[in-house]
Design a protein around this ligand. Sequence first.
Ligand SMILES: Nc1ncnc2c1ncn2[C@@H]1O[C@H](COP(=O)(O)OP(=O)(O)OP(=O)(O)O)[C@@H](O)[C@H]1O
Ligand SMILES: [Mg+2]
Length: 227
Amino acid sequence: MNAAELLKFRSVSKRFRLQSGTVDALNNVDMTVSAGEFVALSGPSGSGKTTLLMLAALLDRPSAGNIVFDGRETSSLSEIERSALRARSIGMIFQNYYLLPRRTVLQNVLFRFRYLPNPPQEPRATALQALDMVGLRGFADRPAGLLSGGEMQRVAIARAIAVGPKLLAADEPTGNLDADAARAVMECLARLKALGTAILLVTHNDALLCYAQRCLRCHHGTLEDRG
Ligand SMILES: Nc1ncnc2c1ncn2[C@@H]1O[C@H](COP(=O)(O)OP(=O)(O)OP(=O)(O)O)[C@@H](O)[C@H]1O
Ligand SMILES: [Mg+2]
């Protein structure tokens, strides 16, 4: 694997088993994301985007094929090794934020360190730095549940990036936001990319594709590179 390659899918397939039969969500997908690259992934509903993102974030395992992350063949890792790699190197954000609404913004970000084998020496300062990145340092002591949708998503980004991940996987992070809030979120992602984090962004919104260096399109479980 080339040193600049952070994530590589080799003939990756994912088959889900249901009582009524099987669903082939991804078929022989090849994909490379370089270190620090911003890649957008679009495609119709049901085409396999979330499935691909969950595999990229090591939250699920492929049915066939190999996924190499940061030079490590992930299929040979134990569940504990995969969790440690994920906690250290991968941030994930979702359309629905998944914050703890009664906890403060700062507590939500600090929560990210719970899963780390080596938490930062100064967790509070590190979390505040992440909140600075998304322009929400002044919101640290507010309950997360009282923020606007756009602000919640930026807290979710701060939580994801507080560990300094090599990859941020984002599944329609602007899906619930209006145009201005979506732009604020995208600008956070662009700043993060400028600091060297690779971003894999699923979006239905073609207006946001301009933030990415490369656009991939999912179609019936296959992937097309649209340049
Ligand atoms: N856990 C699961 N069990 C069974 N089938 C699943 C599971 N997860 C996804 N699928 C199926 O796999 C296919 C791809 O789903 P996926 O969620 O990846 O699509 P998507 O491109 O993210 O769609 P959307 O844009 O609606 O979010 C769909 O047909 C879906 O029904
Ligand atoms: Mg999806």
